[in-house]
Write a protein that binds this ligand. Structure first.
Ligand code: RIB
Length: 282
């Protein structure tokens, strides 16, 4: 076992929202390692409320956990250290939070954006949108940058003033944006994540817009729902379960070797999964 004998084998996992299947699948990955290593994972979902996140962190410290995985965009390392009362509890940041040097898991969000653009360009689209989010974090910025630069390289105009809309990061957020998306005249939309894409597709359908005949939609993540919505969602796959496994292994390594140099950041690949929500520009 990786963990030292005699320690209390508990790790805390703080996610923004467990009802999102992205974080559910991530936690399953964490649990797989936890079971093998006989650790108890404490899962906290903070509903994106910074105050609650802070409270949970403090509670975890009081329960003397051995390490932490924090998937929260709002907390800076300074806030985290404060919540940990500067105790030396190893933690790693995940996903939206880039505010950390050293060991962590990352996926190539920039490349994900490139893949989305290449796919839509190959289908003949020239009027494309990025349906981004209001509270933009580094991972979403990277997705947008990869998308934009790939399109601009084809000498097709794409800029923040004309090709960017912002939604709340949820199904309802996407749903609410159906009208602005239609009014933009775009024939293809790349969304910040799959939840937004799924909401958008419902909104488009209610407005009588066909996907993909009138507007193509491509999401991000490859959550399990994608195969069950109509039309099945084209997306950029992140290896979500493996990210949970990888993050937990890195954390255990930190717990067991506190003085080791931070190792290489582990990069996980992304790939295009072409399903039915994208089609030729008509
Ligand atoms: O809600 C899940 C999404 O937000 C994923 O794309 C993930 O990368 C996160 O930031």
């Amino acid at each position: 076992s990786l963990i030292m004998k005699g320690s209390i084998n508990t790790i805390g996992v703080l996610v923004p929202n467990v009802s999102e299947s992205f974080f559910g699948t991530f936690v399953e990955g964490v649990q797989q390692v936890a079971r093998q290593e006989k650790l108890i994972p404490l899962i906290f979902s903070a509903n994106r409320e910074p105050k609650l996140e802070q409270e949970y962190l403090e509670q975890m410290v009081e329960r003397s956990i051995d390490g932490l995985i924090i998937a929260s965009a709002r907390m800076t390392t300074e806030m985290i250290n404060q919540a940990l009362s500067n105790r030396d509890i190893p933690y790693i940041l995940f996903d939206r939070n880039y505010d950390q040097q050293g060991a962590r898991v990352l996926t190539d969000d920039y490349h994900g954006g490139q893949l989305a653009a290449q796919h839509l360009l190959a289908l003949g689209h020239t009027k494309m949108l990025f349906l981004g989010v209001k509270n933009i974090t580094e991972n979403f910025k990277q997705r947008m940058a990869g998308f934009q630069e790939t399109i601009n390289a084809q000498e097709i105009n794409f800029d923040e003033d004309h090709n960017l809309l912002k939604a709340d990061l949820s199904k309802d957020g996407g749903y609410q944006m159906a009208r602005p998306v239609i009014e933009s005249g775009a024939t293809a939309v790349f969304t910040a994540n799959d939840e937004v894409a799924i909401g958008l597709m419902r909104g488009l359908r209610e407005q009588g817009v066909r996907v993909p005949e009138d507007i193509s939609v491509i999401g991000y993540d490859d959550i399990i729902l994608d195969e069950y919505v109509y039309p099945q969602l084209t997306t950029i796959h992140q290896p979500i379960f493996k990210l949970g496994v990888g993050a937990t292994e890195i954390l255990l390594n930190k717990i067991n070797h506190p003085d080791a140099e931070p190792e290489q950041v582990e990069h996980f690949p992304v790939k295009l999964i072409a399903r039915q929500s994208t089609g030729k520009c008509q």
